[in-house]
Design a protein around this ligand. Structure first.
Ligand code: FES
Length: 131
């Protein structure tokens, strides 16, 4: 599946916070930071906390259980970027007042450490997308 799917409306996610939404059998955390919507897999790779409940700061979210920090830009684990641990990230767009997420390509969770470190995550979207 490659199409964007609506998960919420503009205004459902307060600035500087996240919310989790079910999408294709996965919980997706969608965050609004500096006027941009960003989405990652809501399941913390450590022990499964909801990342959408974490503190958001500088395009990162801190897991509410053990304070691991993940990039909202690419899902990488910011506390040890060489570990290869990451959660999947997804493209987000706003169409009218609908916040939409695209699930494909497949999640990049638990990428092996020796995988291509220069690959550009599919979720990066440098243009503002908040409505
Ligand atoms: S469950 Fe997220 S850091 Fe432990």
């Amino acid at each position: 599946m490659s199409d964007f799917q609506t998960v919420a409306k503009v205004g459902d996610i307060p600035e500087g916070q996240g919310r989790s939404f079910p999408l294709n059998g996965t919980m997706v955390g969608v965050f609004l930071t500096d006027g941009r919507y960003l989405a990652i897999n809501d399941f913390c790779p450590h022990m499964g906390a909801s990342l959408a409940d974490g503190h958001v700061e500088n395009d990162a979210v801190m897991c509410p259980w053990h304070a691991w920090r993940f990039s909202l830009q690419d899902g990488s684990w910011l506390d040890n970027s060489r570990s290869g641990i990451r959660t999947a990230c997804y493209e987000v767009r706003v169409e009218g007042d609908a916040i939409q997420v695209r699930m494909s390509p497949p999640p990049t969770a638990q990428t092996p450490p020796d995988s291509n470190p220069t690959a550009t995550p599919s979720c990066q979207n440098p243009s503002p997308n908040a409505g």
